[in-house]
Design a protein around this ligand. Structure first.
Ligand SMILES: [Fe+2]
Length: 304
């Protein structure tokens, strides 16, 4: 499930290697961080100051609005954090565009966030918890079948960031689709993911509003996004799923390792670790080389 690349290997890759890995449900892992990181003083600033200035679950820079949210405090602290996250996001964007030119075409650059708190025993409500295994759904509004890629860097100088998974979407859907209520009723139904008039109306209103008020994008929905949200909630609400040994694997990402994954295709939980960057991108279904691996096409075609 891990595809690991050294910096030297990265230089000679074909342009579809990394994107094929991601689309196949692998976690692409870089033991040596493939981008330049913020300077030591900026990293220390984030580690020391962000836990004290946190105002919500994470601190996130929104490039489209040039705005940082989830942070409170003096202007100097906020501006410094914003600069660091913006610069980090620029370097991640450049790496992904260079190594995955086709998959990043027409993408939407999402948030650049910093995870300032220890994930272990964070005691968040179940549906917001990172410690429970899940596939991402709705964290960046409706995607209508487009995919969510996240690029992480563990910037804790001494502590691993520990993830667990129960496997990738095709297998999870086969095992749990019916139980979770996301499989089409009465056998295969190729139209269950089609968007009706009301869905299209809601999307156009949400898109219009979000140009003025960015959070309005969260008003958008679609049959696909509702099914994925149901699957996400089923996973977090089902103790027997959380404890199953089926497909269970643990990964330890050491200090300054980086990794990226389709977080809506590969189930994951972060069970411990503190201080990480997480940059989010929505990539288009039409830019995928292996569209049959996308959850929307699995939901459309395969009875669970
Ligand atoms: Fe997640």
């Amino acid at each position: 499930m891990l595809a690991t690349y050294t910096k030297a290997q990265l230089e000679g890759l074909r342009p579809d290697t990394l994107s094929d890995d991601l689309e196949s449900g692998k976690i692409v892992c870089f033991p040596e961080c493939p981008i330049e990181l913020p300077g030591a003083d900026d990293l220390e600033f984030l580690r020391q100051e962000m836990p004290k200035h946190l105002a919500s679950k994470n601190i996130s820079f929104h490039p489209e609005a040039e705005r940082i949210v989830g942070i409170k405090g003096e202007r100097g602290v906020i501006e410094r954090a914003q600069r660091i996250l913006k610069e980090q996001n620029g370097r991640v964007q450049a790496l992904l565009r260079k190594t995955m030119p086709a998959l990043t075409r027409d993408w939407l650059v999402g948030t650049a966030s910093f995870r300032p708190l220890q994930e272990k025993d964070r005691a968040l409500p179940a549906h917001a918890s990172n410690e429970l295994v899940h596939v991402d759904a709705g964290a960046y509004g409706a995607t209508h079948g487009d995919g969510i890629i996240r690029f992480f860097v563990n910037v804790n100088p001494v502590e691993d960031r520990v993830w667990v998974t129960k496997g990738a979407f095709p297998e999870l859907y086969r095992r749990y689709g019916s139980q979770a209520g996301v499989a089409p009723r009465n056998g295969a139904n190729g139209h269950a993911m089609d968007e009706g008039v009301l869905d299209k109306l809601r999307t156009s209103v949400a898109n219009g509003l979000s140009t003025v008020v960015p959070p309005a994008k969260f008003l958008d929905s679609s049959p696909y996004d509702r099914a994925m949200r149901r699957f996400h909630n089923f996973m977090k609400d089902t103790p027997s799923f959380q404890s199953t040994p089926d497909g269970h694997r643990e990964f330890r990402f050491k200090p300054f390792m980086a990794w990226m994954v389709f977080t809506d295709r590969v189930s994951h939980a972060c069970i411990s670790g503190q201080h990480a960057f997480a940059d989010t991108f929505v990539v288009r279904l039409r830019s995928c080389r292996l569209p049959e691996m996308a959850p929307i096409n699995i939901l459309k075609s395969a009875p669970a």
